[in-house]
Design a binder for this molecule. Structure first.
Ligand SMILES: C[S@@+](CC[C@H](N)C(=O)[O-])C[C@H]1O[C@@H](n2cnc3c(N)ncnc32)[C@H](O)[C@@H]1O
Length: 554
């Protein structure tokens, strides 16, 4: 008979977390060496470099306003849930030369502190040949730390305590990759104007004794009303109330354990706290229909998505600054939070975070790696976007990717649509015409039309005409845009122009017929098949590369 753990609880109080903890403690370093827990995306050298650059900028800014005495004190960089240790090694290797290159930071005594709650994992690090020399040099230390139940850290090698009772003078840097997603959270739901909370029961279909991995458990979800004063903690209550408003059905994941820990970490040092993190997560709360409960991923251990926009709201409510990507990352969301110091002081840090972590950073690098590793077909939309971001929205690169964009934007989610629009706006803004044949505004317009933004497409077509003069293909695309906006008269006028400029184009004639059907209401409104598929013929506008299909030779 199926065991169930009986109790129906809020998600953060579920027995699930006890099972998760037991799994990590049992597995130790084998969790990564066997590949059970994915780690490549968070522990590679690019990740190490991106974080190292952000940390150097943070320290550089802090050093500008600190005293010589403060700079003589040790600075700790604490990694939570350091797992295999590979990220720590990559990061320290990348950090060292970059610190030495900045005169104000050259003599700083920086110690990297690897932490985890699993003793077996910490024991594994202490035996590792690569880490040992760093320990001897005093650049690396270890400590047990539970991200859900924070308590003072006792550093194994130096015996130093990081303790709120005696906060360290100076800044503190904390890094956490793939950690927050495995810490207790609560889940709230907005649906049909009703705000409720998910409650959960853990079910083991084959009985408790036979659980060998968390793959063997199921969650049974329910909902309950949210009582006033759901949290005794006034800061969490304030956050929950601020998230309870707003429009649109959505699930709100509140990482309660992490938020309490963040506050604890803040109290460990007197200077500013930089918290850098990456996870399976969202940079904005997804709007849309709800399932039974939030999705749980199982990979030996279990995890949930991290909503960085929720954490950003909390950090700002605490007077801190939050840097979260403006787009939805495809595989790995990253964020940086600073608590303490003057808010204005961190604007350069925010720009650097954008330049090295958001655009062309670890997530984009991973998409491009997948693209090169995979079959050489049409890249996915995520890969195209990564390539464009990594190229800083350069118009040459956009032209190279244009046809693939036209194919990959036939069906887009609302989130993808928002991100493609943002990308096109960046391409448009950066484009510098030099009188070349290639018609960047036309290509931007074609993708805009494709994703259902005909008004913006028409604006770009006007620019294209100013640069390149009138022609039939542009008028054809304009006709498609007018038609999509429901302006049949303008669409007819544009088809007439298209036929006048290029009588051998096929699509304008089809459009004339379609527009007649649209006007009488007799035909299917072809905002589907015919217009979409016709546009597949669009290719880069350059000499000898026509956009739309010509009439077949007689
Ligand atoms: C998914 S692994 C990520 C490891 C590593 N950061 C990476 O990116 O590969 C999660 C890590 O967090 C640790 N962990 C899980 N829950 C924790 C908790 N409550 N406190 C501290 N560490 C925890 C696990 O032992 C494991 O090392």
């Amino acid at each position: 008979m199926a065991d169930d753990f009986g109790a129906v609880t809020p998600l953060s109080e579920s027995v699930l977390w006890r099972l998760n903890r037991a799994w990590f403690e049992r597995e130790g370093p084998a969790a990564w060496s066997t590949g059970t827990v994915p780690s490549m995306i968070t522990t590679n050298a690019v990740m190490g470099l991106s974080y190292a650059r952000v940390v150097v900028e943070f320290l550089r800014r802090w050093a500008e306003t600190s005293t010589a005495e403060e700079r003589r004190q040790p600075v700790h960089i604490v990694e939570l849930g350091a797992g295999s240790g590979r990220f720590a090694y990559n990061f320290v290797r990348k950090l060292e030369p970059r610190l030495r290159a900045v005169p104000a930071l050259r003599d700083l005594r920086v110690t990297y502190v690897m932490t985890d709650f699993a003793r077996s994992t910490i024991d594994g690090w202490r035996r590792h040949e690569r880490l040992a020399p760093l320990v001897v040099e005093g650049r690396l230390d270890f400590a047990a730390f539970d991200g859900a139940w924070p308590a003072p850290l006792r550093l194994v090698q130096s015996g130093t305590d990081l303790d709120p009772a005696a906060p360290a003078p100076g800044p503190l840097i904390v890094l956490a990759n793939y950690v927050i997603d495995g810490l207790p959270l609560d889940s709230f739901v907005h649906e049909g104007g009703v705000f409720g909370e998910h409650v959960v029961r853990v079910v083991t279909p084959y009985g408790m004794k036979d659980i060998s991995s968390l793959d063997d458990i199921r969650l049974s979800w329910g909902r309950r009303a949210v009582a006033a004063g759901r949290y005794e903690d006034p800061e969490l209550e304030r956050l929950l109330r601020s998230l309870a408003g707003g429009r649109g059905d959505r699930t709100i994941l509140l990482p309660v354990a992490f938020l309490r820990t963040l506050r604890y970490l803040r109290s460990l040092a007197t200077g500013p706290l930089l918290f850098l993190t990456a996870d399976k997560g969202w940079s904005r709360t997804p709007i849309g229909p709800q399932g039974e409960g939030p999705g749980m991923a199982t990979h030996g251990s279990v995890s949930f998505m991290v909503d960085y926009s929720v954490i950003a709201t909390y950090v700002r409510q605490q007077g801190g600054v939050a840097f979260v990507p403006p787009h939805q990352p495809a595989s790995l969301a990253t964020a940086a939070f600073v608590l303490g110091g003057q808010t204005a002081a961190w604007s350069e840090l925010g720009q650097l975070f954008t330049d090295v972590v958001v655009d062309g950073g670890p997530d984009d690098w991973f998409q491009l790696k997948e693209m090169l590793d995979g079959e050489q077909g049409v890249p996915t939309l995520a890969q195209l976007m990564a390539r464009l971001r990594a190229a800083q929205w350069d118009s040459w690169v956009f032209l190279d990717l244009f046809r693939a964009f036209m194919i990959r934007t036939i069906f887009v989610t609302e989130d993808e649509r928002l991100d493609v629009r943002l990308a096109l706006r960046n391409v448009e803004e950066l484009y510098f015409p030099i009188g070349e044949h290639a018609d960047v505004p036309f290509c931007v317009a074609a993708v805009l039309w494709r994703i259902g933004d005909p008004a913006a497409a028409l604006r770009l077509l006007a620019w294209s005409e100013r640069l390149h003069g009138p022609d039939g293909e542009r008028s054809t695309l304009a006709a498609l845009c007018h038609r999509e906006r429901g302006d049949l008269a303008a669409a007819r006028h544009a088809t007439t122009l298209a036929i006048k400029y290029e009588p051998d184009l096929e699509l304008p004639y089809q459009l004339v017929n379609q527009l007649e059907l649209d006007a009488t209401g007799a035909g299917v409104r072809a905002d589907g098949d015919d217009a979409w598929s016709a546009a597949l013929w669009v290719s880069t506008r350059a000499p000898g590369r026509p956009c739309f299909q010509r009439m077949p030779d007689a």
